[in-house]
Design a protein around this ligand. Sequence first.
Ligand code: UD1
Ligand code: MG
Length: 408
Amino acid sequence: MSGVAIAINAAISTAAYCMTVRMIPRFREMFIKANLFGKDLCKKDKPQVPESFGVLIGCVFLVSLFLFIPIPFAFDEAAATDAITGGKPDTFPHDKFVELIAALLSICCMIFLGFADDVLDLRWRHKLLLPTIATLPLLMVYYVNYNSTTVIMPNFARDLFGTSLNIGALYYVFMGMLAVFCTNAINILAGINGLEVGQSLIIAGSILLFNAIELMLGHQVDSHIFSIYFMLPFLATTLALWKFNKYPSQVFVGDTYCYFAGMTFAVVGILGHFSKTLLLFFLPQILNFLYSTPQLFHFVPCPRHRLPQYDSKTDLLHISTTEFRLEDLNAPGRLMVTVLRNLRLISWHTKADGVVRTNNLTLINFVLVVFGPVHERVVTQMLMGLQVLCTLIALTIRYPLANYFYAK
Ligand code: UD1
Ligand code: MG
């Protein structure tokens, strides 16, 4: 009967889309009055754009799922009222119920913490701490329901570790780090109109596609249905946000949205038991993170904003840069920039006074290093194209290659 529950979820999601599309324009003035706005740095006159609309999207998402909570159980025979006592049956699926509630608690917590970040502009170490705290309800429910910390080994490692390996507490550390990664990875691949929302749309679409394939193959049906329950309203509300956040942005999403999106993905990945496949859908974000590491860990100077530089004469985006003296960097920093330079992965300009100027290390700037100055709308399209390509690569790795590596 979960087909009926999915149909009702889809109907709620459609209503959520219609409602969000109507609500966003009405809230614009209210956000500006509350001082919730940012300057669109890649436009000629740097207009004020209301920011943190993730909080609105997150609220509609939560309300949609709150309304949906009773539905899966209304169609579950195990949860039906006991015919003799008229009360709750012994067979009530408490595990599924608590999973749904804990998942919503983690997402709700992340929206709240993300909004706090938008308002208070927290430091980076706090940005790492917040998702860790928000995952605790999720990890707790994983512990109570499954506590399975066994990893299936690929063929080539089986001689060494056996068919499967119990990694115990490390599994929980991995899940906590997954949430920290998902939330921050979206937030640092940002700064041009529509990019945060565009990448989230494609990741959500990829997850739904993966869930549909797995359901057709009859694998772990309950887990994938659980994921669909979350992904449909997420996709609907995100689609509504995209309408207003795409170039030229009428609203900004804020860190609230990045955290909300990242946490929702982490939740379905962890409780849907497909965290490794989820990471495959994050390939562009992983590349952006790896490329960013010299700046994120301060081996190379990192300015407050790394988004590209706008040229008002041509209306195109150019790379934004950072400057340093090679001898001022520590040894790992020098090694990192030298490797990147030799692989031709960064721009390199040595000024007369010996100061080196390179692009800020983000995927957005890398696209500009390769293709030269490009219009903002086109950069977003290029990066969304890359995200789609990575989904195709992910599915190729997940199916043909996984069958090869994990064949019995
Ligand atoms: C992260 C990035 C930062 C990037 C910023 C852009 C790291 C370590 N941090 O910081 O380099 O500059 O995101 O979101 O990689 N903005 C635009 N156009 C857009 C979206 C945002 O101009 O399409 C500007 C606006 O001024 C907006 C601000 O970016 O107010 C939002 O930045 P914020 O989310 O606070 O930056 P961080 O997430 O801290
Ligand atoms: Mg941000």
